[in-house]
Write a protein that binds this ligand. Structure first.
Ligand code: SAH
Length: 396
């Protein structure tokens, strides 16, 4: 095994149990190993610190598998870590019994580059780093062992793999398709999961609890759901008794799935659902021009900032949609607004939204701070894991 020697002082973040080692921290690699191989991480003085996956192609040169420098990284290691992640979910009442559930949330479950989502009897796995890619077989086997799911599908076709020098990989790792799509039930609403072609692994599991909250708030209200994707929030709002739900997305395929999802739920009043295939930035202005107003508006846009470097441009985009949405809210109306940009902190997001309220000249009060569901935990040693933040606001 090769040894990765850090520059003086660069052991500090590892001692604080942060799993990333950037290029600037690495003094030298003793030995020759392939991308994804496990290396011993040592301080400048040679003190053993951790075992990590090496990748010279990435700015994050190494990602820590274990802070126990003596722990062997082998099939059994993945079996232990994955079994523990699955057990943590099973022990939380709001997660036990969910048909759609994130089982492994990468760094926050001690497995950098490994994402695994369960949809009924199928697990969809996404490997985003060279280290995770190398352990594909052990990860698939461990997921099978820990869940009993016979069907394990890989969706490693995300952009971030390019930063790691990896090609896209998709296909069955265990078992095979019984059909093209999966259907799960979330808070009593049936939802299609397009695990082959949909976003992420097919569904935005991180918003599960927030969709439940939207259902609670929707009764009797006129709801506008912006960036609706396959209508998760929209159908929960209908289930909660919304008077009307207008859903906007720029993606035709997402809206087609959204309408199929509505048809999968005959208990919902389809006449109350209105669909708009449009750009949210423009459509909010059109709605304003035609004198519309709403009692509950949901803004769940895609990631506007991929890194902190894009935070400024992202800030303008967040401000724009929040400002135009606030203009459409009836007095006493509620705004559920989110950012899933890792480069925009919760504090910065709140400042941006506060700026929007100031510009429209309305008082907005925080009713609740919102975050990702409990199957997307945040390891306190890895604050980067806290990507999803939101505010539930009430406007005067
Ligand atoms: N709230 C959804 C997830 C939203 S994902 C859920 O709970 O499942 C973000 C969505 O925004 C995607 O469906 C994407 O198609 C859409 N989108 C991205 N840019 C857009 C734009 N400018 N206007 C409208 N929709 C957009």
């Amino acid at each position: 095994m090769a040894t990765l020697i850090l520059h003086p002082g660069k052991e500090k973040s590892v001692l604080r149990r942060h799993p990333w080692l950037f290029s600037g921290a690495v003094a030298q690699l003793d030995g020759r190993v392939r991308p994804g191989a496990t290396v011993d991480v040592v301080s400048h003085e040679g003190r053993p610190l951790a075992r990590a996956a090496w990748n010279p192609a990435s700015q994050i040169r190494a990602r820590v598998w274990s802070f126990d420098a003596a722990e062997t990284i082998d099939h059994a290691f993945f079996k232990r870590r994955i079994a523990a992640a699955v057990a943590r979910r099973a022990s939380l009442p709001e997660l036990a019994g969910q048909q759609g559930l994130r089982l492994v949330h990468a760094e926050s479950d001690g497995l950098p580059g490994v994402i695994a989502d369960r949809y009924g009897d199928t697990v969809v796995v996404q490997l985003t780093t060279a280290g995770a890619d190398k352990w594909r077989a052990a990860i698939a086997d461990s997921l099978h062992q820990a869940t009993g799911c016979a069907r394990i599908y890989e969706r490693s076709d995300v952009e971030v793999r390019k930063l790691e020098g990896l090609e896209a990989v998709t296909g069955w790792l265990h078992g095979e398709a019984g059909g093209d799509e999966l259907v799960i039930e979330e808070h009593g609403v049936r939802m299609t999961v397009d695990y082959v072609g949909g976003h992420k692994t097919g569904f935005y599991l991180d918003q599960r609890e927030n969709r439940r909250r939207a259902a609670e708030l929707a009764r009797g209200r006129r709801v506008l759901n912006c960036f609706c994707y396959t209508a998760g929030f929209s159908l929960q709002a209908l289930a909660g008794g919304a008077r009307e739900v207008v859903s906007i997305d720029s993606s035709g395929p997402a809206l087609a799935t959204a309408q199929r999802n509505l048809a999968l739920n005959p208990q919902l009043d389809a006449a109350r659902a209105i669909w708009r295939e449009a750009d949210v930035f423009a459509e909010l202005r059109n709605l304003r021009a035609s004198g519309e107003n709403y009692d509950l508006i949901i803004l769940d846009p895609p990631k506007f900032a991929h890194t902190a470097a894009h935070a400024e441009r992202a800030g303008r985009a967040y401000k724009d949609i929040n400002l135009t949405a606030m203009r459409l809210l009836a007095p006493g109306g509620l705004l559920m607004t989110y950012s899933c940009s890792g480069g925009v902190s919760a504090e910065l997001f709140q400042k941006i939204v506060a700026g929007a309220a100031l510009d429209v000249g309305r008082t907005a009060r925080i009713v609740q701070r919102l975050q990702g569901a409990a199957d997307h935990p945040v390891d306190l040693a890895f604050p980067e894991g806290e990507y999803l933040k939101g505010l539930l606001l009430q406007l005067d």
